[in-house]
Every structure is written in C-alpha cells, then in structure tokens.
Design a protein around this ligand. Structure first.
Ligand SMILES: *Cc1c(COP(=O)(O)O)cnc(C)c1O
Length: 338
C-alpha cells in the first residue's frame, strides 16, 4: 500500500463520482449547450452570490484568464512572493498578459492592506500602472494558511479607493471556508473574481471554476477560447464537479483533522527543526540542518509514504480524500519509528 501525501491532486474519482460522470447529460459547451457544465456554472454562481461562472480545465488557466481580463500589457500585479500565480504558473503573467509582478513578503503567504497600499504605484510615467491585487486562500506555500476575512475586507477597501481589481486564487478556498466556518457568499462580496479548483481537495479528476460579474465572465469565455480551453462534451467532467460540491465539501474537515494528527507526531521528532501551524490540509516542516531532506523523503518512500521536498530544507505532506484513518495511523507509526 502506498500512502500518497505529495498533493491533494492525486485523488481518483470515487465510485459514486464515476457513476455521476457516467450518467451526465452532455452537449457542445463551445456552443453553450452542455447541460452539465451549465448546471455546474449555475451552481457556483448561486453558491458565491455572484453573476456568472466559467468552467475551466485547470486552476492555472482560470487564474491566467482572470489576470488577462483584469490587466493590460505593462501593468503591475500585486501578490505575495510565494503565490502560485507568480512562482508556479510558468511565468504566465508575463507570457499571457504582458504584465509584471510586485511581489510582497507576506506572513505565511498572506499580505495585509497596509502592504498593498504601500505597493501601489503613483500615477507617474516611470512606473507601471498598478491594476490588480491577487490573493491566495488557503496559501499553499504558507502551509495551507487561511486569511482573516477582516483583512481581506480592508484590502478590498484599498482596491476600491485606488481603482484596482481584486482576484482570489481560491484553489483551496473550500478548505479555508470549512476551517474558518465561513460561507462562499461572503467571499463573493469581497472579490472581483474567484477561481476555485475542483481537482484538489474536492477530488475531481480535472477542472476549476472561475466566478465573477457577467461582463467579466463574458470576456473570460472569449479568453478561455483564445487560450485553447474551449471544451466540447466536458460535461462528463463537470458532473464530477457537481458531485463534489454536493458531497465533498463538508468532509474536508476530516482531512484537516488528519493533518493535525500527523503534525502532532512530527513536532516531536529530531529531524523536524520547525513546523508551520496546520490550519487546513497541508503540513510543511523544515528539516534540521543535521539531516538531508532528500534522503528523508526517500526513507519515507521506502516505507510506502510519499512526501514532497518543496525546497532544499522543507518537506510537505498533504491530506486528501483518498487518505483513510488507517493510512494516517500507519503514517504516524512510520514517523514515530524514523
Ligand atoms: C494547484 C493550485 C492552482 C492551480 O493548479 P492546476 O493544477 O493548474 O489546477 C492554483 N493555485 C494554487 C494555490 C494551487 O495550489
């Protein structure tokens, strides 16, 4: 038995999800005729209390579409320095939008209204035009940290006062919502656009959804086609998304509990120099200088446990739908014996 804790993207569809996919009604979505995609988009629109939504093949694409719609070439995007949109999307902000990044040094991936305010360029021909702020919740490199919604409210105000758009990379937003007991609708009020992954903790094989105002989504639909993301009978995949929104949201609390259990054991080990607080389903720890990160990951692998080295001295574990309580117990026993 392999226990794959490298990422929450490794999940396979459950039998019930597969059944929902098999039974999906489909049509040509580029013609707007796929009933399952239309249903998923309507569901997300309602859930967030926004005007419209767009089903996309990946979270990277939905983020990149949003950035393209919110910026012009030469603009500047404010985000945290370890943001997915900045460090894990292949230079997409420059490649797709011709925009540049003002990367801020945050607290576990989170930035403050004060930092945003100080990073806005004045109206000066020497400076790039600041047009967009992009936040990430939960913050992946921050160890699945959650934003304080009050701080987001303050950032929203700074954006409004300076005519900036505010985008949320909510790849794991549902983890944050479950952990902080908040509603999707409260987030719909704070952002100009929100991108949510279906292919992470929610357990779908692929897919992401971009939500926003009607005019924004109309433009996003055009950009999705330009990016090559216009899909045809993708309702088979959207059906997995519908199933996940109905059945896989509340259960994220189990993943969070599993992560806390694993972290509690790691904390006591000599090879762990420090461990980030575990807010959701991600555990990131720093390996002590006397130990080698790579050989530690290899040792776990020999015991049937997959982890990932995310830097020269950091290891990440992620809990997810396919991690059972028995697997958590086994992981704990292996950690204790190391
Ligand atoms: C996974 C992830 C994405 C998008 O990933 P895809 O694999 O392209 O769906 C975006 N942002 C964050 C924070 C992520 O973790």
């Amino acid at each position: 038995m392999t226990i794959d804790l490298r990422s929450d993207t490794v999940t396979r569809p459950t039998p019930a999800m597969l059944q929902a996919m098999m039974e999906a009604q489909v049509g040509d979505d580029v013609f707007g005729e796929d009933p399952s995609i239309n249903q998923l988009e309507a569901m997300a629109t309602r859930l967030f209390g926004m005007e419209a939504a767009l089903y996309c093949p990946s979270g990277t694409m939905s983020n990149q579409i949003a950035i393209k719609c919110h910026t012009l070439p030469g603009d500047e995007v404010i985000c945290e320095k370890s943001s997915h949109v900045y460090i894990y999307e292949g230079g997409g902000i420059a490649f797709n939008s011709g925009a540049q990044v003002r990367a801020l040094d945050g607290d576990r991936g989170r930035i403050t209204a004060e930092q945003v305010s100080a990073a806005i360029n004045p109206d000066d021909v020497h400076k790039a035009r600041t047009s967009l702020v992009s936040l990430e919740n939960t913050a992946n490199r921050g160890g699945g940290s959650c934003y304080d919604p009050e701080e987001i409210g303050k950032i929203r105000q700074v954006c409004q006062d300076n005519q900036l758009k505010l985008h949320l990379d909510g790849a794991r937003l549902f983890n944050a919502l479950v952990a902080t007991k908040q509603t999707a609708a409260s987030y719909g009020q704070l952002f100009d656009s929100i991108s949510v992954c279906l292919n992470k903790g929610l357990g779908c094989p692929i897919g992401s959804i971009l939500i926003g105002p009607a005019a924004f989504i109309r433009q996003a639909r055009r950009v999705r086609k330009v990016f090559g993301g216009g899909m045809r009978q993708a309702g088979f995949m959207a059906a997995a998304g519908i199933y996940a929104l109905e059945h896989h949201v509340e259960r994220l609390a189990e993943d969070h509990a599993h992560a806390r259990q694993i972290a509690a054991v790691l904390e006591k080990k000599d090879f762990v120099a420090s461990i980030l607080p575990v807010d959701t389903n991600i555990i990131i720890f720093e390996v002590g200088s006397a130990y080698c990160t790579k050989s530690l990951v290899d040792q776990f692998k020999e015991q049937g446990i997959r982890a990932i080295a995310i830097s020269s001295n950091q290891v990440r574990f992620v809990t997810h739908l396919d991690v059972t309580p028995e697997m958590v117990e086994r992981t704990i026993r292996v950690i204790e014996a190391l």
